[in-house]
Design a protein around this ligand. Sequence first.
Ligand code: FRU
Length: 493
Amino acid sequence: MSKELMRLNIERAQHEIDSKKELVKRGKMRQKYHFMPQTGWLNDPNGLIYFRGKYHFFFQHNPYYGFWDSMHWGHAVSDDMLHWKYLPVALAPSEIYDNHLRGGCFSGSAVECGGKLFLMYTGTANEGRGFEQTQCIAYSEDGIHFEKYAGNPVLTAPEGVPENQFRDPKVWKHNDTYYMVCGASCDNKGQALLYRSADMFHWEFFNVLAESRGEWGYMWECPDFYRIRDKYVLTFSPMGAGERTAVYLVGDFDYETGKFSYHVNGEIDWGFDYYAAQSFETPDGRRVTVGWANEWDWMPFWKDWGPTYKEGWCGSFNIPREVYLLEDGTLQFRPIKEVCSLRENGSKTEALIVTPGGTQLSAGNGISFELKMKVDLIKTDADELKLELRCGAGKKTVCVLDFRNSEMSVDRNHADGWSKGISKSVMLLKGKETLDIHILSDQSSLEIFTDQYRNNHSNNIFAGDEQNEIKIYTCGGTAFIKDFEAYGLKRSM
Ligand code: FRU
C-alpha cells in the first residue's frame, strides 16, 4: 500500500514537472551552467555519487513551486557534472515517518551496497508530538527507481538530542563497515554524531565526532566527513554561528576509537550563498564538494530568495569544487577542472597595469564568463583593487581587495534591487608575492575565489542581461596584474 503511495506521489510530482518545465526553460534568470531544478524549489545537495559510469546528484526538492515545502528528492545524472539529464523524482513523502507538509524526505546521502544504490535520508514527520526526525533507508537496483525499506526508520534520536534536531546522515564505507555522521543538537550545542553498521540496516552509536562549545552554534546541519591524504576533514553548516555557514575542521581520525582531533578550522566560503555542502569521490580520485547556493530565512543576513520563483524555480548549486590539503593544513576549494570545457572566446594578457582611472574588461557576453588573474603584490602599490561586475543600468556588484587591511569584500547592495549585504573576509597576504583571483559569473550568481582558493565568496545576484559590463580600477596607486585570462562560458543547463 505505502509502496503504491510513493509511486502515486512521484507520478503526481512528475506530472507537475512536465507541465511547467518548458516555462522554467524560458526563464530569464535561469542559470547557464550551474545545476538547478527542472521546476520548483531546490536546496541541499543529497546523495552525490558516481554510480555505474555516471555522476548522480540528488537534491532537496519541492517540484510544485519555487518555495520550500514538503520535501522530495530530485535526481539527475551527468558525465561531467555540468551537462545534466533529469531523472524521475527519486523519493516522495509517503510514510508515517516522512509524510508531513512541513517535513518529508530530508537530506541524506548515497552509498553502493551489494551492487545496489542505497540512500540514507532523514524522515521528518509530525504525529502531534512535534517534529520527529529519524534516519531511513531506500534502495534501488537500477539507480533510478527507489523503494523504501520496510523496517524504516533504522535510527531514532539518542537520549539528550531533541527529536527535531537529528538529521542529514552522510554515509560511507571503510573496509567492511559502513559509517555515518549525523547532525544533531545537545544541550543547545551543535554536534556531529558518528555511527557504524555492518549491513546498512542496524546502526550503533560510535562517538561524538566533534561538537560546538558555543562558538559554532546550537545545531549542525549536513555534516560530512572524509579523508584527504593522511588527514580527515569534517564539514558542517552550523545554525546560530552568525555569518559562518560552511565550516571545515581538519585533523586526525582513528577508526579504532572513533576519535577525531582537529587542529585547523576554516570556512569553505564566506559569501551569503553557500550552504549544506556534501562531497563524494570521483572515479579519478578527486574529492569534490557541492554546496547549495542560497541561504535560509533564519540567517541573520537573509533578505529573500530573489525573484526566480516568478519563473517557477528557486535555487542552484555552487559550482562543484575539488578539495585539496595545503602544507599548512588548510584546504583549498577549486572549481572542478571540467569547467574549462565550457570556455569560449578566450583571451590572455601577460601583463595588465591597473590605475585609478581603470579599464573595461571583456569576457564572453559579460554575463556567463570566467576571469583569472594574479596580482603582483611586490610591484603593486595600490591600497585597493576593485572589480565591478555585472554593471549596467545603474547597477553593479563590487569586489574590493583591500591590500592595506588584508580584507576582501563583495558588495551586492546595488546589484539588482533584490540582493543585499556585503560579504567580508580576511586575506592572509603577509609574505606573499602574488594574489590569485578567479571569478565565475553565471546569470544569477557570482563566485569569487582568491588566495589559493581558500578565501571564497559565493553570492547570488539577480542581474538582468543589460548588466554585462566589467570594470577594474584601483584606489591609492597602481596594481600590476599577471597572467590575465578571460573567457565566455557556454551554456550547459
Ligand atoms: C539544510 C536543511 C537540512 C534539512 C533540509 C530540509 O539546508 O535544513 O538540515 O535536512 O535542509 O530541506
